[in-house]
Design a protein around this ligand. Structure first.
Ligand code: HEC
Length: 159
C-alpha cells in the first residue's frame, strides 16, 4: 500500500472512531432522549409558554427536538451535556413536581437569566436565531409572570 492510501485509511478510521466514541458518550449522558413525562396545563399562559417552548424546551424539558447536527462528533457530546445539565436545573416537563415556592423561584431565575443574556445559551442562539428572546418577548414574559405568579426579576435590565 502506498503512503497516500495509508494516510487516507488512517484518517477515515480516525473520524469513524471519534464519531463512534462521541455517540456512545452522548448516549451515556442522556440515555433517554425524551422521557415520556409531559406537563399538560400552562406554566405561564398559552402565548408565553409558546415562547418558552421555542427558546428553552430543547434543554429544559423532555421534548428535545432532533437536529441534523445532533449526531455530529463532539457536538453530540456538548449537546448531551447541555441537555443533561439543563434538565437537572429546570425541567418544565416535571413542572407539577415543584412546590409553589420553587415554581416562583424558577420563573424569577428564568427571567433573570434571559435579562443577563445567559439563556438561551448563546451557542444555541447561534444555531437557532429564532430562539433569542428579544425585548418585546421579555416584556411579555415579565407581564405574565407578574400577573400569574406575582414574580418579578430582581435585576435591572441591561439592554
Ligand atoms: C442549549 C441548551 C439550553 C437552552 C436552549 C436553555 N438553557 Fe437554561 N440552562 C442550560 C444549562 C446547561 C444550564 C445549567 C448550567 C448553567 O447554569 O449555565 C441551564 C440553567 C438554567 C437555569 C438555572 C440557572 C441557575 O443558575 O440557577 C435557568 C433558570 C434556565 N437555565 C432558564 C432557561 C430559560 C428560561 C431558557 C429559555 C429562554 C433556557 N434556560 C434555555 C441549558 C439551556
Amino acid at each position: 500500500m502506498n503512503l497516500k492510501n495509508k494516510w487516507v485509511i488512517y484518517s477515515i478510521g480516525g473520524i469513524v472512531l471519534v464519531w463512534g466514541v462521541s455517540l456512545i458518550a452522548a448516549k451515556i449522558l442522556v440515555p433517554e432522549w425524551n422521557p415520556p413525562k409531559r406537563h399538560t396545563g400552562f406554566i405561564l399562559n398559552e402565548e408565553a409558554d409558546a415562547i418558552l417552548k421555542q427558546s428553552c424546551f430543547d434543554c429544559h424539558s423532555n421534548e428535545t427536538k432532533s437536529y441534523w447536527y445532533n449526531k455530529m462528533p463532539v457536538i453530540s457530546v456538548l449537546l448531551a451535556r447541555h441537555i443533561q445539565e439543563g434538565r437537572k436545573e429546570l425541567n418544565f416537563s416535571e413542572w407539577e413536581k415543584r412546590p409553589e415556592s420553587k415554581k416562583k423561584k424558577a420563573i424569577r431565575k428564568s427571567l433573570e437569566e434571559i435579562i443577563e443574556g445567559e439563556m438561551p445559551l448563546p451557542p444555541y442562539i447561534f444555531m437557532h436565531p429564532e430562539a433569542k428572546i428579544d425585548g418585546n418577548k421579555l416584556e411579555f414574559l415579565k407581564k405574565i409572570a407578574k400577573t400569574k405568579w406575582d414574580v418579578e426579576p430582581e435585576l435591572e435590565e441591561q439592554y
